[in-house]
Design a protein around this ligand. Structure first.
Ligand code: SAM
Length: 259
């Protein structure tokens, strides 16, 4: 399977830095009273694991076996409410229909090709029950492009096991002709004497998706646009918001999905 960003290469390091819980309360409220929930591009379970532990029934999909392996090992025998599936969302084929499908953390933008983004959204529509919700969390493109200024930025220093530590830096540039943010993340690992013992470089590319584009893709798949939030509180979206979070609905008598 061809992958844009190879998160499998840093799957063992991912949970040291991707620790945010800024969106969890929002997802908790969204999941209430839903019988079947699907999280796509779930990674190591940052969002779903706390919710699965609270009893929400969530199926989680990612195309990286390495990321799912970390997810599985954290969940251990608490996995009775969950199912982990290794699939590409552009080729999604599940044996269930869901009340709620979510893509957290700007992950849709890891699909670079616009036709594939469209296909993923059509697949999501097909896998929702009538009346079901698709929540898609993206960065506001105005905010995201401003950040991609080509300078090296410091993400943080993290304690690993055995006295080791890790420093992560990165840079991003905006390729306006391709509508893509391209960059590299640098993972430097130090021993307990502060000597660098390993360095990994992960190339990243993100599609910059505008509000008009995603709304058009969602509408042509059959969705109605119910809300656009600029945060997780939720605040209304405007050009200054950091986020651009969409609530799409598959209306009970909605339009037809095009495959
Ligand atoms: C940045 S991680 C986010 C994970 C998680 N939602 C979080 O907040 O920590 C994005 C994940 O999407 C997965 N991914 C990217 N493209 C995918 C695709 N086409 N199909 C399935 N998973 C995909 C990657 O393997 C990675 O684990």
């Amino acid at each position: 399977m061809e992958k844009n960003i190879d998160f499998g290469y840093v799957a063992d390091l991912y949970d040291y830095y991707a620790t945010g819980s800024y969106d969890l309360n929002f997802y908790r409220n969204l999941c209430r009273n839903r019988e079947n929930i699907l999280e796509l591009m779930c990674g190591t379970g940052r969002v779903s694991i706390p919710l699965i532990r609270e009893g929400f029934p969530i199926t989680c999909v990612d195309y990286s076996e390495e990321m799912l392996e970390v997810f599985r090992s954290k969940l251990g025998d608490e996995s009775e409410n969950s199912r982990l599936v290794c699939q590409d969302v552009c080729e999604l084929e599940m044996d269930h229909l869901y009340d709620l499908i979510v893509i957290p953390s700007n992950s849709l933008s890891e699909i670079l090709d616009k036709a594939k983004q469209r296909k993923a959204i059509q697949n999501i529509y097909r896998h929702l029950k009538p009346g079901g919700i698709f929540f898609c969390a993206l960065y506001n493109p105005f905010y995201r492009v401003k950040q991609a200024d080509g300078t090296i930025k410091y993400l943080g220093k993290y304690n690993l096991d055995g006295g080791r530590s890790m420093v992560i830096t990165y840079y991003n540039i905006y390729l306006s002709d391709l509508q893509i943010i391209s960059g590299t993340q640098f993972y430097e690992i130090y021993d307990s004497n502060n000597r660098m013992i390993e360095k990994r470089c992960l190339d990243v590319r993100f599609s910059v998706i505008t509000k008009e584009e995603i709304c058009q893709m969602a509408r042509s798949a059959g969705f109605s646009v119910k809300a656009v939030y600029g945060d997780y509180e939720p605040y209304h979206y405007d050009e200054k918001s950091t986020y651009m979070n969409f609530v799409f609905v598959k209306e009970k008598r909605g339009g037809r999905c095009r495959r």
